[in-house]
Design a protein around this ligand. Structure first.
Ligand SMILES: Nc1ncnc2c1ncn2[C@@H]1O[C@H](COP(=O)(O)OP(=O)(O)O)[C@@H](O)[C@H]1O
Ligand SMILES: [Mg+2]
Length: 597
């Protein structure tokens, strides 16, 4: 006679299941993962007692009006007492205390996995027999309403566990044999334990694929990566971390990735898929790779989609970054051409890495590509041009000096892009023989050729007038001769003057009261408040302007050239400057018309 007893879970299950399915599990498909994980753990527990034991998991599906699924393992099984404490107590797991100390390779740990079956089935039936001698088989029926029953069976069954699920209305799709097989392959394809799908009399093997972390052939790995991520890779790097018990491979992308997207990796926990898109396992600078790794030590979060952000994860991240770095360092030594190609493809990642790692910096710095006034070139090439590094701090400053520097054959590097200036300064620190300095339009202007005495004399009147006109814009006039000759004037402003100008701009747009505060701020001496507009004596228009005697006309041209130079330098215009843009241009047009016979 079967002994039967009815019980309730300790809490109302309906609410909990609802909570889990909406907030913890990413979808009904996870029930396959949880059944698989439980079966694998049961087998590992049994093997911990009997080293030679061979585990096996079998899955069988039946269609019909109510499709069913049977998930069997020949693992450790459960005794009646264990059923009450582990299967029927929410949040209670057998994988604690002494068992974990004995280093059994369990994957589960939270004691809520089994509840995921209620997403697809209203009732879970479990027939189980503990492998301990004298144990009788038990049948447990758990229902979504929170009740469960346990009875002892008379029949003879082998030790192990069978879980029976019946599709709840609307969840039939999760009982499709192709679908379930696909999910098992996805979650458990790399499990060393055999997982078999029964189809009539035949069995299809779904697991025991060769795992990437056990493959040493580069070609096979690359092929595997291509299949897994559906994209091409140019290289593959072995990854190791002792702290996190991680083994795996980093696949080097053949394209430069979208930097706005968070990089993510495919992560397995004890050979079972944890996540397709785990974030934060590698340092951020590793965005030129995608990884497949297996960990035996990192702790998964309860949703089993990522890891706890703890000390262990930090150390693991560092070690994995180290694996990647060592490979790059080795590449620089042995295959510089491959490194160069790689840097061209992923230069941003390389610049970031270089900033964080001195040794790496010394090795790759020469190859890092930069935009310069003489075209794009590597730092090595730039240093061949001149044995010093001169760079513009911002993209705007670079744009301002670029044309002059180019025409004057000066190599100025654009330090305005991500990490640019930082890298160049670091270069100076690590290679003290190479002078590194920031330049801007003022520096360049000062270095331009002075006019000879005769020209200075002929342009004297013009310079005086121009200077007087420009003072009302906090600017002084200068006159030099430089290339390119089609550039009539070069506007430059140093830091103090730029600050003064931005104070003025704020004052233009803000209230009077605020203006007074700003007034107090701008107590800089007159001279250092001035920007410079350096006219180009090599420019034909300027040469002619120097000969014009009509002061009003000179003033008009000077103002217009001033505004044009501001616009070229991407400077925002202040209201009086806008006025010039309007009125000045109209006046110039008028003059043009008047000049016609
Ligand atoms: N196939 C199985 N064989 C033996 N015990 C099982 C099996 N499935 C579940 N159990 C028991 O039920 C407990 C709860 O399972 P579960 O809710 O998935 O939590 P977890 O796997 O995180 O421990 C497990 O700890 C285990 O003791
Ligand atoms: Mg489990």
């Amino acid at each position: 006679m079967a002994r039967m007893s009815d019980h309730r879970f300790q809490v109302d299950l309906t609410g909990i299941i609802d909570l889990l399915s909406h907030h913890l599990y990413s979808g009904p498909q996870v029930f396959v993962r949880e059944l698989l994980q439980n079966a694998v753990d049961a087998i590992r527990a049994r093997r911990a007692e009997d080293g030679k034991f061979e585990g096996r998991i079998e899955v069988e599906l039946a269609g019909g009006s109510t499709p069913t699924l049977v998930f069997s393992d020949n693992g450790i099984g459960l005794s009646e007492k264990e059923i009450h404490s582990f299967l029927s107590t929410i949040g209670s797991s057998s994988k604690r205390g002494d068992l974990l100390e004995r280093k059994v390779d369990f994957i589960g740990q939270f004691g809520i996995g089994i509840l995921s079956c209620f997403m697809v089935s209203d009732e879970i039936a479990v027939v189980t027999r503990s492998c301990r001698s004298g144990s009788r088989p038990q049948e447990w029926r758990g229902r979504g309403d929170g009740t469960y029953s346990v009875r002892t069976l008379e029949a003879e069954v082998e030790p192990g566990t069978r879980v029976y699920l019946r599709a709840r209305p609307g969840a039939e799709e999760w009982f499709d044999s192709e679908k379930v097989a696909g999910l098992i392959r996805r979650f458990g394809g790399f499990l060393p334990e055999p997982v078999l799908l029964r189809r009539g009399d035949s069995l299809v093997r779904l697991s025991q694929e060769e795992a990437p972390w056990n493959i040493s052939s580069q070609d096979r790995l690359l092929e595997l990566g291509r299949g897994a991520f559906e994209e091409e890779f140019v290289d593959v790097v072995p990854l190791r971390s002792t702290a996190g018990g991680v083994q795996g491979a980093a696949f080097v992308l053949a394209r430069s990735p979208n930097l706005a997207a968070r990089r993510s990796d495919r992560v397995y926990l004890k050979n079972m898929l944890l996540s397709d898109s785990a974030e934060g396992l590698l340092p951020d600078w590793a965005f030129f790779v995608r990884c497949i790794v297996n960990t035996t030590r990192l702790r998964p979060t309860a949703d089993r989609e990522s890891f706890f952000e703890d000390d262990l994860l930090d150390r693991t991240r560092e070690e994995l970054g180290g694996s990647l770095r060592d490979w790059l360092v080795d590449l620089a030594r042995r295959h510089p051409d491959r490194l160069r190609a790689l840097i061209r493809l992923h230069h941003l990642a390389f610049k970031t890495l270089a900033l964080h790692d001195e040794e790496f910096f010394r090795i790759v710095a020469g190859w890092l590509p930069f935009e310069t006034s003489l075209g794009e070139m590597s730092l090595q090439e730039a240093l061949k041009h001149a044995p010093e590094i001169r760079y513009a701090l911002t993209v705007d400053e670079f744009r301002q000096v670029m044309r002059v520097a180019q025409a004057e054959n000066l190599c100025v590097i654009n330090g305005g892009y991500v990490h640019g200036a930082e890298l160049l300064e670091k270069y100076g620190e690590l290679f003290p023989d190479v002078p590194v300095s920031a330049v801007d339009a003022s520096t360049i202007t000062r270095e331009l050729k002075e006019l000879d005495l005769k020209d200075q004399e002929s342009a004297h009147e013009f310079l005086l007038t121009a200077d007087a006109v420009l003072r009302r814009f906090d600017c002084r006039a200068d006159l030099k001769s430089f290339q390119p000759s089609d550039l009539p004037a070069l506007y430059s402003i140093d830091e103090t003057a730029a600050f003064h100008r931005s104070v003025q701009e704020s004052k233009d747009v803000s209230s009077e009261h605020w203006g007074a505060v700003l007034d107090a701020l701008r107590e800089t001496p007159e001279e250092s408040r001035l920007a410079t507009l350096c006219f180009n004596f090599s420019n034909p228009l300027v040469t002619r302007l120097c000969k014009v005697k009509n002061r009003d006309r000179v003033a008009l041209f000077v103002q217009t050239l001033y505004v044009q130079a501001l616009l070229l330098g991407h400077r925002p215009l202040r209201p009086p400057e806008y006025k010039i843009l309007n009125d000045g241009l109209l006046r110039l047009l008028e003059l043009g018309l008047e000049a016609r016979p």
